[in-house]
Design a protein around this ligand. Structure first.
Ligand code: PEP
Ligand code: MG
Length: 837
C-alpha cells in the first residue's frame, strides 16, 4: 500500500507552523506515531488535508484519521491531552467511513475552551503511513494552503492481513482513564511492531490490527473495556505476554491499581492537590462564567481602536484601584503584574494587526490574548502555564469592558464551597470570605496566583480535581480537606468532627507558634540554628520580620523581574536591593541569589533559544556567564545595598569551580569600580550533584553554601521537579539527597564555612531533626512557616537529631525516611502540649 505519485497535503488549519520537535509531548516529538508537523492554530475548524475516507474519528472529537485510496494515512490531533476533555469543546462534522474532500470541514472546536482546559492547543498533523515528505511552507499558514508534499514511498511496512492459527490471551480490563487514545495506542502499536507475529486486539466483536495506531484508535475503547490480544506466528506467545503486560500497565500512561479503579470510595471522594491548606464543611455552589458574544467584524478601524484603548484604560484603572485597596500584599503584586500585561507590546501588536484587518476591538483583543495564552500553555512549563491563567484573566477583564458587560458580584449562599473549572485571580481576590468557606477547581496549580491569593485570604482550596466535580448538585453538603487534597462527597459525622478537632488543634498550635515566633530557634540542649526567610519581594521581607525571621537566606532575585516585559533599569535594581537591605538592618543577613533564569524560567526581555532539555541547559550562573553584562549589572546593583544589611551574594546552579572563579572576578571588578574596599560574602548554591560531591574542593573558595534541595533532588534522582507523575517520587527525603547534604556539611565545616538549606525541604517540620542532625547551620524557609520551623527546633534535642540523622542515611528510600521521621516527630514534637492562648 504505497502512494503512486506525489501528493500534496493541505494545511488543516490556519496558524503558526512549528516543528514536531517543539511539541512538549515525547510521543509526538519522538515521532513514535509518525512524522509530520504541528500548528499553533488561529482558526477553529479542522479541515481535511487530503481526500479520503475517515478511517477513525474519536468519540471525544479531538482526533481524526483519513486514509486515501493509496493507503496514505494522516492523523490529525487537536491539542495535547485533549482526550481528557471528554468531547467538551469539540463538534464532529463527519462520521467514520465517510468519504471527504480535501479542505472539507471535519471538526469544529472552541479554541478558548480547549486552550484553557487542556495542556495545549498545539495541533498535530502526522503521516502515520510513513511516506517521506518535504515541507512546502513555514511560519504563518492559512487553512487550505499546500503544506507537505508526500513522495511515493518505496517501502511502507506491510500490514498483516492474515491471522492464521491464532493464540488468544485471557480477557483483560483496560485500565486507561480515557481508553486507548493516540498516546497509549501509539505505544501499543510500536511494541506490537517489534514482533513478527500478526497481532490483533479484540473488543467484543470488533478487532484491530495491533500494529496499526489508527486501527487501535478506531476501536474507540473506553476505561473498563474488556479486551483480548491474539497473535499468530513464531513469536506469538511472547507477543501476547508482552502486550498483555503493557496493556495492564497503561501503555505508558499512569493508571490506578485495579482495586482503586473500582473502589466504591471513588464516588464519595474526589482528589486534587492542595492549593491552600485548611478544611471546611459546607454546601456546593457551582460557579460558571456566562459566554460572551463577540462580533468578528468591526465598524471602522479608528472606532475599534478607540474602543480597545478605552477598554485598556478602564481595566488599568480598575487594577490600580485593586492594588491601592490591597496595598503591600500579595494581591497588590499580582494586580500590578496584570497591569503590566496590559502594556505588553507583543500582545498589543497582535491586537492592532487584527484591527487593521477590519476586526472588532473585542475580537482583536480576544484573539491576541488567546494566542498568547496558548503560547504560554504550549511551552510545557507549569510555571509559565500558570501565568497563562493571569493573562486569560486580564483578557476577560478588558473584553467585558469593551463589550460593556458589568461584572456583577456572585450572589452566594452562606457556607459556600465554590466549585469551578477555574477561578481567575480577580474572582478569587473579590470572594466574600464571610460566605465562602473554600473552593475546588478543575484547573489551576499549587503555585498559581489563585493559590497564592487563597492562602492570603486563608481559604482552603484544592485544584486539579477531576471534571466530575462540575456535575455535583448545588446545595450538596461536602467536606473539603485541603491539606490532603480531598473533597468528601458524603462525609459522615465522625469525619466532620475529626476534621473540626484537627482544625481547632491546628489553629491553636499556629497561634502558639506565632505568639512565640520571636523566641530563638534553640534546641532543648542549647544548640542554635538560624531560621531565615526565602523571599521574592520587600513585602515578604517585612512579613518575615513580623513572623520571627532572623534574616533573608534566599532572595530569589529573578522574581523581581519575572512578570515584566522590560528590564528594570540599573537604578531601579539598586533601589530594590537597598530597600530590602534597609528593611533588614545591619545586624541581619541578606543572601541575594543572582538571576536564576533560563531554560524553564525564561525572562521576556532576555531572548533565549529554545532548548531540548532546559533543566540541563543554560540556567542560572551558566546563562549569566554567557551574558556577563547581565551579571555585571546585577552585581553593581546588589553592591549598592552593601552596608545596609550583612550582604551575601549567592550563585545558583554552580556545577564547575571555574564558574565560581569567573563570577568572583566580575564581582571583584565591579566592587573595585565602586571603590568598595571589602567584598561582600560570596557563596554558592549546592543544587547540582557535582557541587555537592566536590564540596571539599569548593569550600576553600566560598564563604558559605546554601543547599537548594528542590534542584538537588531533581538532578540527583533524574526526575523533573515539575513532572506531575513523578511528584511523589521526586522526594527530597530520599537518602541519596540526604547523603549529599551530609557530604556538603562535612566539607564546609572542615573549612570553617557555614551551610544553609534553602530548598523546600527546610520548610518541612518533618525534615528539621535530620537537617539539624546532619549539622546544617541555617534553615531558610517559606515566610509563613518561620514560626512553625522555629517551634519545631525548640522541641528537639540535637543529640537525638544526630542519632536519627545517622539512622535515616542508611535507609533505602524516601518513604522509609519519612516513616522513621514521622514516628520520631510524633514522639517528640507533637506530644508537646497545645496551649490555648
Ligand atoms: C532549590 O533548587 O532548592 C532552590 C531553592 O532554588 P529554586 O527553587 O528557586 O530553583
Ligand atoms: Mg534551584
Amino acid at each position: 500500500m504505497t502512494t503512486t505519485q506525489p501528493l500534496e497535503l493541505l494545511a488543516p488549519l490556519s496558524g503558526v507552523l512549528l516543528a514536531l520537535d517543539s511539541v512538549p509531548d515525547p510521543v509526538f516529538s519522538s515521532r513514535l506515531i509518525g512524522d509530520g508537523l504541528c500548528i499553533d492554530p488561529t482558526s477553529q475548524t479542522l479541515c481535511a488535508p487530503l481526500a479520503g475516507v475517515i478511517s477513525n474519528i474519536q468519540d471525544s472529537g479531538h482526533a481524526v484519521s483519513i486514509t486515501n485510496e493509496h493507503g496514505v494515512q494522516v492523523l490529525l490531533h487537536i491539542g495535547l491531552d485533549t482526550v481528557s476533555l471528554a468531547g467538551k469543546g469539540f463538534t464532529r462534522l463527519v462520521q467514520e467511513g465517510q468519504q471527504v474532500e480535501a479542505g472539507q470541514a471535519l471538526i469544529e472546536f472552541d479554541a478558548d475552551y480547549v486552550a484553557l482546559n487542556a495542556r495545549s492547543l498545539l495541533t498535530l498533523m502526522l503521516v502515520v503511513s510513513g511516506e517521506p515528505f518535504t515541507l512546502l511552507a513555514n511560519g504563518l499558514v492559512e487553512m487550505g494552503q499546500p503544506l507537505l508534499q508526500l513522495s511515493p514511498a518505496s517501502a511502507v511496512e506491510a500490514v498483516d492481513e492474515e491471522e492464521g492459527d491464532a493464540l488468544f490471551s485471557k480477557p483483560l480490563t483496560l485500565p486507561n482513564a480515557n481508553g486507548l487514545h493516540a498516546r497509549p495506542a501509539a505505544v501499543l502499536a510500536q511494541a506490537a511492531k517489534g514482533f513478527n507475529a500478526s497481532i490483533y486486539l479484540h473488543k467484543q466483536t470488533q478487532s484491530a490490527n495491533a500494529k496499526s495506531l489508527v486501527a487501535i484508535m478506531a476501536l474507540q475503547t473506553v476505561h473498563g473495556d474488556t479486551l483480548q490480544v491474539s497473535a499468530a506466528g513464531a513469536d506469538a506467545e511472547a507477543a501476547i505476554k508482552a502486550l498483555v503486560a503493557l496493556l495492564a500497565d497503561g501503555c505508558g500512561e499512569t493508571v490506578a491499581a485495579p482495586a482503586e479503579v473500582i473502589e466504591p470510595a471513588s464516588s464519595t471522594l474526589l482528589r486534587g492537590v492542595c492549593a491552600s491548606p485548611g478544611s471546611a464543611f459546607g454546601q456546593v455552589v457551582q460557579v460558571t462564567e456566562p459566554a460572551l458574544n463577540i462580533t468578528e467584524l468591526g465598524s471602522g478601524e479608528a472606532a475599534e481602536r478607540g474602543a480597545l484603548q478605552r477598554g485598556l484604560l478602564a481595566a488599568s484603572e480598575a487594577l490600580q484601584a485593586l492594588q491601592d485597596k490591597a496595598s503591600g500584599s500579595a494581591q497588590a503584586q499580582i494586580f500590578r503584574a496584570h497591569q503590566e500585561l496590559l502594556e505588553d507590546p507583543t500582545l498589543l501588536e497582535h491586537a492592532h494587526d487584527l484591527l487593521a484587518q477590519g476586526k472588532s476591538a473585542a475580537f482583536a483583543w480576544n484573539g491576541a490574548t488567546l494566542a498568547t495564552v496558548k503560547l504560554f500553555q504550549g511551552l510545557g512549563n507549569a510555571l509559565i502555564a500558570e501565568r497563562a491563567a493571569d493573562l486569560a484573566d486580564v483578557g476577560q477583564r478588558v473584553l467585558k469592558l469593551i463589550l460593556g458587560i458589568q461584572d456583577s458580584a456572585w450572589d452566594l449562599p452562606e457556607r459556600a464551597v465554590l466549585i469551578a473549572e477555574q477561578l481567575t485571580p480577580s474572582q478569587t481576590a473579590s470572594l466574600d470570605t464571610r460566605k465562602v468557606l473554600g473552593f475546588v477547581t478543575v484547573g489551576g496549580g499549587a503555585t498559581s496566583h489563585v493559590a497564592i491569593l487563597a492562602r492570603a485570604l486563608g481559604l482552603p482550596a484544592i485544584c486539579g480535581v477531576p471534571l466530575q466535580v462540575l456535575s455535583l448538585a448545588n446545595g450538596k453538603q461536602v467536606l473539603l480537606d485541603a491539606d490532603k487534597g480531598e473533597l468528601h462527597l458524603d462525609p459522615d459525622l465522625a469525619e466532620i468532627e475529626q476534621l473540626e478537632t484537627a482544625r481547632q488543634q491546628h489553629i491553636l498550635r499556629r497561634q502558639r507558634e506565632v505568639a512565640q515566633a520571636a523566641l530563638p530557634a534553640t534546641t532543648r540542649d542549647g544548640h542554635h540554628v538560624d531560621v531565615s526567610a526565602n523571599v521574592a519581594s520587600l513585602q515578604e521581607v517585612e512579613q518575615s520580620l513580623t513572623l520571627g525571621g532572623e534574616g533573608v537566606g534566599l532572595l530569589r532575585s529573578e522574581f523581581l523581574y519575572l512578570d515584566r516585559n522590560r528590564a528594570p533599569s540599573p537604578e531601579e535594581q539598586a533601589a530594590t536591593y537597598t530597600e530590602i537591605a534597609r528593611a533588614l538592618g545591619s545586624e541581619r543577613n541578606l543572601v541575594v541569589r543572582t538571576l536564576d533564569v533560563g531554560g524553564d524560567k525564561p525572562l521576556a526581555y532576555v531572548p533565549m533559544a529554545a532548548e531540548t532539555n532546559p533543566f540541563l541547559g543554560l540556567r542560572g550562573i551558566r546563562l549569566c556567564l554567557e551574558r556577563p553584562q547581565l551579571l555585571r549589572e546585577q552585581f553593581r546593583a546588589i553592591l549598592a545595598s552593601a552596608g545596609f544589611a550583612r550582604l551575601h551574594i549567592m550563585l545558583p546552579m554552580v556545577s564547575l569551580l571555574s564558574e565560581l572563579h569567573q563570577a568572583r572576578t566580575i564581582l571583584q571588578e565591579e566592587a573595585l569600580a565602586l571603590g568598595l574596599t571589602e567584598l561582600p560574602k560570596l557563596g554558592i548554591m549546592i543544587e547540582v550533584p557535582s557541587a555537592a560531591l566536590m564540596a571539599d574542593v569548593f569550600a576553600p573558595h566560598v564563604d558559605f553554601f546554601s543547599i537548594g534541595t528542590n534542584d538537588l533532588t531533581q538532578y540527583t534522582l533524574a526526575m523533573d521537579r515539575d513532572h506531575p507523575r513523578l511528584a511523589s517520587q521526586a522526594d527530597s527525603f530520599h537518602p541519596a539527597v540526604l547523603r549529599l547534604i551530609a557530604t556538603t556539611v562535612k566539607a564546609a565545616h572542615a573549612h570553617g564555612k557555614w551551610v544553609g538549606v534553602c530548598g523546600a525541604l527546610a520548610s518541612e517540620a518533618l525534615a528539621v531533626p535530620v537537617l539539624l542532625g546532619l549539622g546544617v547551620d541555617e534553615l531558610s524557609v517559606s515566610v509563613p512557616l518561620i514560626p512553625t520551623i522555629k517551634a519545631t527546633v525548640r522541641d528537639l534535642d540535637l543529640a537525638d537529631c544526630q542519632i536519627i540523622a545517622r539512622q535515616v542515611l542508611g535507609l533505602e528510600e524516601a518513604a522509609q525516611v519519612r516513616e522513621a521521621l514521622r514516628q520520631y516527630h510524633a514522639a517528640t514534637v507533637e506530644t508537646s502540649p497545645v496551649v490555648e492562648l
